[in-house]
Design a binder for this molecule. Structure first.
Ligand SMILES: Cc1cc2nc3c(=O)[nH]c(=O)nc-3n(C[C@H](O)[C@H](O)[C@H](O)COP(=O)(O)OP(=O)(O)OC[C@H]3O[C@@H](n4cnc5c(N)ncnc54)[C@H](O)[C@@H]3O)c2cc1C
Ligand code: SF4
Ligand code: SF4
Ligand code: SF4
Length: 930
């Protein structure tokens, strides 16, 4: 039978990780284990558990001692400059410690050990206290600390405990039955906590292999404003960054990396947990400007009698100490439970759980917002339009080669990727995954746009647009990338060049409508060149244009560029080897590699496409298959004895590196480019179609004379370079065409529409006070208004009887917008409840077996209860706010909307999603009906 432990009772997202349950368990049946993003959570060792229930009684999320004042006094305090220099705020913590030391007592606070793990520990003197000073923006490990505090109290010592409010709440429960007259508890105003795993990864990424000895999250060395983070290394160097740019503090302040429970933390509310609360006096200027000398002012809240006595002693120790007449809830500081999480928080957690890099994960989720905030200020000669992020060896190097070539020839280049509205979402910021080191400077990477038409603002940023090579005109990829390579978003008076475009196959297999768009786009290009010979005909027949036949961009770069990239690789080969890059593994290709291994008496190292699954590469079984990043692949080809590939770009790099090779024609990805390059460089003998080909021709394939090939490559490359440079130097149209003029007008109109939409949203937001909801009777409009105001209100939903046969996919789409995650379409007779507060989904459940659902949630001093029961059971919907039932209680979706400032009900409605027309009954209407 499942035991009644805290883990069975508490919801995962509500656990604070305080570890009190770990300390209370007398049989050591609770371990604190890291979850996938590093937050500590209790884990029950069932064999040891004796089912005593103590862990349930100690959990501060389930129980609470609420004796402190609900309207405490607030003070502004400043210690002297020496103390404040080493403290994060006004230095009150150090003064409190001084008081305890004077009594011969000890202080419990948080400090970093040599491993940079944050733990709570004990200090008896100034020296040990030193390490506890300063805010550490990470959750401290509290295992065994509650027991240690209890021991000290039992030994009759004076104890000062400082921690987050949830830690203090847990300590209060832990010491419930013993005399705590010599204990002083202090809770810090707490924004929330990231996990130690996040901090450690971040430190590792900033330390470049050095040992870290200290970290200051708010360093005052660079000024009293303390807006720098500083990591100190053992070789005397340090990393220093402004808190608004640093990835860790940014993630912390923007509510991306905090523990889930921190976004609804009732410990932050009144009554507070500690005898006193201390924090940074944010907003002191608006309350009492005279108390801000720019060096740190603490806010002190005296919550208990003991707290009041302490305040009297503190007064005498401070440089300045003043009672402030202020309503704490009006301060920007944290005195309330609800704290909105960043909309990208969950995305960050998913990224971080699967990625190796903290900084990349945080940048990935913040960059979309950040880049939207900043205007593109720098101007560029060329906007290079491509899928340069794609996790594809050849595709990535194609764009990098073009970028390098353009820059070598004196151009500034902005890398532009496809918009978010495209069928295939942009894979922003994955460069770290495919390269050992991101080869592009940050400033040369354009922000990601929402729509193709928003990209037209780049007309004011770039002089010329070049569409990078590879299959960007292959019909399916063209469609998946939102058709952005057609450059229809670029003005007439901007130069448009396609370099080495590829259609993938020797014929254009394309949907008629997509072809129309491609035709229109291509007709506007100033210059168009293709990579494959047969693409010359494609262009003539479909688009009526004559085009140039040029080399793939990877040939435009000097070999040295690739050697430099490969020089970052530490991986070495001790013996000669065969390298093999197989994009699409098959048994036949494996046999070819095995054959070459046997013939040359060497082992092959084989790699497939970046990030392919084990299942995909299974046909290569029995070979030495390795995972390599782009630079490592280049080195592998560069240093191998022989190369086998089924990749077009693999073939290109064998030619660039001057290696003997076999190129297996890959019909699945388009055979034409293999034959094209084979003919162009006169290396058709290297291009094989089958294992039989290899067996018959191996004698000729063994070695390779590169003298002729190199000359041919040089001639072709010279022509290609010349062609591109000539196009870049051609004059642009020096006038505004009607199309450009209209495009600009449309852009202005579309901005105006955006502004109007914003205004409309604001009008909808007023709904909370104007009760617009009372007048809305259509379910779609109602849910739409809820979506617009959801971040300011509480929404409670309960199904009575059935969610109904008219609950359709459109309603589901609107419901999803307000936070619902279950799909109720076709879910006849399922009880269902949902509670969302200020846009945060606090609870949701649907019972497949039709059983009723009952849920209760305390939010600060208020309480929300919801009950849902279907026709076959109690057939009731109940939605109680502070003990009063507001549900209309009719069949369908019963919805109650309340103001989260004062918990007053704004509207109560039911939509009968089982009756024709989905009739709506507001609470008042319903009363009339009764
Ligand atoms: C995670 C975190 C979130 C914070 N959020 C806010 C906020 O929202 N608003 C605000 O005004 N101030 C916030 N602070 C700052 C905090 O209020 C100040 O640390 C406090 O005012 C003490 O300042 P001081 O100058 O008196 O002492 P300091 O010398 O800075 O002493 C810091 C004290 O806090 C304890 N401490 C430090 N880090 C932690 C930790 N991670 N867990 C538990 N205890 C810790 C130390 O043991 C020490 O006792 C936060 C601090 C932390 C650690
Ligand atoms: S029920 Fe008792 S024995 Fe079991 S884990 Fe909880 S505290 Fe330990
Ligand atoms: S006691 Fe603390 S760690 Fe244990 S379940 Fe409760 S909140 Fe989580
Ligand atoms: S915000 Fe609340 S739950 Fe999170 S660490 Fe702070 S006190 Fe604990």
């Amino acid at each position: 039978m499942e035991k009644d432990t805290v883990v069975n009772i508490i919801e995962k997202d509500r656990c604070t990780g305080c570890s009190a349950c770990h300390d209370i368990c007398s049989v050591n049946a609770i371990e604190m284990c890291e979850d996938e993003v590093g937050f500590l959570r209790p884990h029950i060792i069932t064999d040891k558990c004796v089912n005593c229930g103590k862990c349930v009684d100690i959990c501060p999320v389930i129980n609470r001692i609420k004796e402190n004042s609900t309207k405490p006094k607030i003070y502004a305090a400043r210690a002297n400059d020496n103390v404040r220099r080493n403290s994060s705020s006004g230095g009150v913590f150090s003064l409190l410690a001084e008081i305890i030391f004077e009594k011969g007592g000890c202080v419990f606070g948080a400090y970093f050990d040599e491993d940079m793990t944050l733990k709570h520990g004990i200090a008896y003197d100034e020296h040990t206290l030193e390490k506890m000073r300063g805010s550490k923006y990470v959750q401290s490990n509290m295992c065994d600390i509650y027991k240690a505090v209890r021991n000290k109290i039992k030994e009759n010592e004076w104890v000062l405990f400082v921690g987050t409010p949830c830690q203090v709440a847990a300590l209060n429960l832990f010491l419930k039955n013993i005399d705590t007259s010599r204990l002083i508890t202090v809770d810090i105003l707490c924004h929330g906590v990231p996990s130690q795993k996040m901090l450690k990864r971040y430190i590792k990424e900033k330390s470049s292999g050095k040992n870290t000895i200290d970290i200051q999250f708010r360093d005052k060395e660079f000024g009293w404003r303390a807006d720098y983070i500083k990591i100190v290394f053992d070789d005397g160097t340090s990393y220093v960054e402004n808190v608004h740019s640093d990835e860790y503090v940014k993630g912390f302040l923007k509510n991306v990396i905090l523990r889930k429970c921190c976004h609804n933390c009732s410990f932050s509310d009144f009554p507070r947990q500690g005898d006193i609360s201390i924090g940074d006096f944010w907003g002191i200027d608006t309350v009492d400007m005279g108390e801000n000398d720019g060096k740190g002012t603490s806010i002190i809240v005296s919550n208990s009698e003991k707290g009041k006595e302490l305040v009297e002693i503190l007064k005498k120790k401070c440089l300045s100490f003043k009672e402030e007449d202020v309503e704490p809830l009006l301060l920007p500081n944290r005195f309330k439970a609800l704290y909105k999480e960043n909309p990208n928080r969950d995305r960050f957690m998913r990224e971080f759980a699967k990625s190796e890099s903290y900084c990349a994960s945080v940048n990935k989720v913040l960059s979309v917002n950040d880049s939207k905030e900043k205007e593109q200020k720098i101007k560029y000669d060329v906007g290079l339009v491509s899928n340069f992020y794609a996790g594809n060896f050849g595709g990535s190097l194609t764009q990098l080669a073009l970028y390098n070539f353009l820059r070598e020839n004196g151009n500034t280049v902005l890398m532009i990727e496809h918009p978010e509205e495209s069928p295939s979402k942009p894979i922003t910021k994955t460069l770290e995954k495919i390269y050992l080191k991101n080869p592009y400077p940050k400033k040369d990477i354009c922000k990601t746009y929402g729509t193709k038409w928003q990209m037209s603002e780049l007309n004011d940023v770039c002089n010329t647009f070049v569409v990078g090579s590879d299959q960007l005109f292959q019909a399916e990829l063209f469609r998946l990338l939102g058709e952005f390579t057609s450059l229809d978003w670029v003005d007439d008076n901007k130069k448009k060049i396609a370099y080495a475009a590829s259609f993938g196959h020797k014929k254009l297999y394309i949907d008629r409508d997509v072809l129309k768009n491609m035709k229109y786009g291509i007709s506007r290009f100033d210059s168009f060149s293709v990579r494959e010979e047969d693409a010359i005909d494609i262009c003539k027949q479909n688009f009526g244009i004559d085009v140039a036949w040029v080399m793939d961009p990877v040939f435009l770069c000097d070999k040295k560029v690739y050697e430099d990239l490969a020089s970052n690789v530490k991986r070495e080969h001790s013996e000669p080897y065969i390298a093999s890059y197989i994009l699409d593994p098959t048994r036949e290709k494996r046999d070819i590699i095995k054959f070459v291994e046997e013939k040359r008496g060497l082992k092959a190292e084989v790699y497939s496409e970046l990030g392919y699954s084990d299942e995909y590469i299974a046909p290569l079984e029995g070979l030495n298959v390795v995972q390599l990043k782009i630079e490592e692949r280049l080195k592998s080809i560069m240093e191998c004895d022989f190369f086998v590939t089924d990749s077009f770009h693999g073939t290109c790099f064998a030619l660039i590196m001057g290696k003997p090779f076999i190129s297996i024609v890959n019909t699945a990805r388009g055979a034409s480019r293999f034959y094209s390059i084979g003919h162009k460089l006169n290396v058709m003998d290297r291009i094989v179609e089958s294992f039989d080909d290899v067996k018959q021709r191996y004698g000729q394939l063994k070695e390779m004379d590169y003298t002729k090939v190199t000359n041919r490559i040089r001639d072709e490359v010279d022509f290609s370079k010349k062609w591109l440079l000539e196009q870049l130097n051609r004059k642009t149209l020096d006038k505004i065409t009607d199309r450009d003029y209209l495009r600009r007008i449309l852009s202005l109109q579309s901005k105006k529409i955006d502004e109007l939409e914003m205004k409309l949203q604001n009008v909808c937001n007023v709904a909370r006070t104007d009760n617009i909801l009372n007048y809305v009777t259509d379910i779609y409009s109602y849910l739409n208004v809820l979506n617009n105001i959801k971040e300011r209100v509480g929404i409670v939903i309960s199904v009575k009887d059935t969610s109904g046969l008219l609950y359709n996919n459109s309603i589901d789409t609107y419901m999803k917008k307000i936070g619902n995650t279950y799909n109720l379409v076709g879910k006849h007779w399922r009880s269902y409840v949902m509670l969302s507060v200020n846009g945060v989904l606090l609870y949701e459940k649907m019972n497949d077996d039709g059983e009723s659902i009952e849920y209760k949630q305390n939010i600060g001093l208020h309480c929300v209860e919801v009950f849902s029961s279907i026709f076959k059971h109690e057939n009731t919907a109940r939605i109680m706010i502070d003990g009063v039932d507001y549900a209309v209680n009719r069949r369908g979706l019963n919805i109650v909307v309340f103001d989260t400032q004062n918990f007053k009900v704004i509207d109560s409605v039911v939509f009968d999603t089982h009756a024709t027309g989905i009739p709506c009954y507001h609470l008042s209407d319903d009363k009339k009906v009764k």
